[in-house]
Structure formats: structure tokens, C-alpha cells
Design a protein around this ligand. Sequence first.
Ligand code: FAD
Length: 309
Amino acid sequence: MLRQPLLLLARSTTVKNLVSSMPVSSSIVNRYVPGESTESAVDATRTLIDSGLHVTLDFLGEDTLDREQADHTVNAYLELLAALSEHNLARNAEASVKLSAIGQALPGDGEKLALENARTICHAARNAGTSVTLDMEDHTTTDSTLGVLRELRKDFPETGAVLQAYLHRTEADCRDLAYEGSRVRLCKGAYKEPESVAYQDRADVDKSYVRCMKVLMSGQGYPMLATHDPRLIDIAAALATRYDRTQGSYEFQMLFGIRPDEQQRLAEAGEKVRVYLPYGDEWYGYLMRRMAERPTNLALFLRSLVSKK
Ligand SMILES: Cc1cc2nc3c(=O)[nH]c(=O)nc-3n(C[C@H](O)[C@H](O)[C@H](O)COP(=O)(O)OP(=O)(O)OC[C@H]3O[C@@H](n4cnc5c(N)ncnc54)[C@H](O)[C@@H]3O)c2cc1C
């Protein structure tokens, strides 16, 4: 019931300014975002890797209409990738990139700029010994993002895609992308989308997730199953058996701070598990999407907002 208003608040500048005055050390923010600096991201990455997990890092920042801000984001990724390489973490840690944070929405040649910027980041990732996954945003960007992916994969075939099970089109997109070497993250989808393009009912989204998972797990690519949903995780394990997939020929992905015990349990059972680790000072939109998924966290969040701890 609270999901839609929270997703709207995620875009409110007034609330953003209020909430952003909270220090990132506030307990609820810290649960989902380990820090604002490259150093804090590298520290958190090291801790996760030491406990047997893999990592994908997201420098927070989206919807930029400002070329300088896009450049700032590119530079943050370059600094991050150099630091991962320097600390010998790049083998187990990659980067997740939102095209809207590197210029996709700029009027005129935004898509071209985002492609160039993404290419720069992919180059740095390859030099560091790792890869990039392109996050997926709202449905108005899906075609553009898949177009940029196709271009990038000509030079960097290791670049990962993300598909969202709540979109009607996604089962077909899974079929297109289930080819050898193709890394595809499947998630439910985090944006507020209209009925014309997306399933609205949670049960329908879950059914679509299962259909998409079947396509990916029976295909030739490398599925990255991004969900915390216990039923879907069980179904994924059953599909791995059905399609003779060995552990490590697919992976589970979860967000930093969400079901950490399950992340450990799966890793200890021999599964490859990757944690999505967001960092940076633009944590507001990300945090509000997590609140929308789990409104019971809201009480804790509001308490920390009032006490500004
Ligand atoms: C690695 C990763 C990458 C992602 N990348 C994208 C992307 O590029 N584009 C995009 O649109 N979305 C992305 N998402 C978000 C995704 O679309 C969902 O919004 C989010 O994962 C919640 O869906 P769920 O599958 O966990 O199922 P849900 O039905 O939302 O949750 C299942 C269970 O997980 C637990 N849980 C879920 N969320 C929370 C929370 N916030 N706090 C505490 N417990 C919780 C609860 O136990 C819940 O019952 C990503 C998710 C992950 C894990």
C-alpha cells in the first residue's frame, strides 16, 4: 500500500533535502549504504570477499542532466576500479553502472555520451581485471539501455545486462540474451511502472520471474539471479538441477544489508553469491526504493530522521 507514495517521495526534492541532511552514519542509511567514499566502499568489499562473497559496486547517482555530474560519476568509477585492482579485490568485485548517471538523459546526444562514458568505464574495468553490469532503470530507458549494451558487447562481451521480471516484454528479452557468454541479471524491478507495460500484481511478477528464470537457466548464458525471495531461490536451485547447471555456472545476487544470513548460507552451500554494494553521497533515491519494498523499515527510518542520529 505504501509502495507507490514512497516511490513518489524518492523523486521529491524537498524530502530529499531533509533526508540528505542526515549523516550517512545514521543506522538505517548505514544498513543499506556502507559509506560515501571510495575507501569505505573498498573496506566493505574486502569484508564481504573475506567472508566468501562476491561484490558488485554501484557509485550512487542517477538521473543526471548535467555533463559535469556525469564526468564526476565516470571519474568515481575509474578511482574505484583502480583501488580494487590495487587492493587485489578486482577478481571478486565488479561495477554496476546506471546509464542515467553518466549522461543518458541529457538532451540531444545523451545516449551517445552515455555509451562513450560506459566504454571508458568498461575499459578501466578490463584493465583492472573485472567487468561492468549495466543496471536497468524505468521502462522508458529499456530500449536505449539494451541498445548501448549491444554496442558495448562488441568490444566488451563480458558486459552484464539487467532485465526486470515485472515488464511484459522481459521473457522475450531473456530469450534474446540467453546466448553463450551473455551475463544477465534477472530482478523483479524496482520502479513505479504503468499497467500498460508492467505486471502490477506481486503474484504475476513472481510467475514472470519463474518463466524468465527457466529461459535463462536452460539457455547458454550466465544467469545472475537477483532476488531475496526465498521461494524464488528454492525454485532457482531446482532449475539448476533440472538443467544440469553446476554451482558457479550461474550466481545469486542480493543487496547489501538485506538477508545477510541467507547470503552466507548460500555461499557456505557452495553457491556463488554476489552482493550489490552501493556507496556515495547520492544515497537518497536508492534508500527510498528499499523503503518502498519493505515499509516495515519505515518506522525505524522516521525515528532516525527525527532524532538525526
Ligand atoms: C543484486 C541486485 C541488483 C538489482 N538491480 C536492479 C536493477 O538494475 N534495476 C531494478 O529495477 N531493480 C534492481 N534490483 C531491485 C529488484 O528489482 C527488487 O526491487 C528488489 O530486489 C526486491 O525484490 P525481491 O526479488 O528481493 O523480492 P521481494 O518480494 O521484494 O522480497 C522478498 C523478500 O526479501 C526480503 N526483502 C526484500 N526487500 C527488502 C528490504 N528492502 N529490506 C528487508 N528485507 C527485504 C523480505 O524477506 C521479502 O519478503 C536489484 C536487486 C538486486 C538484489
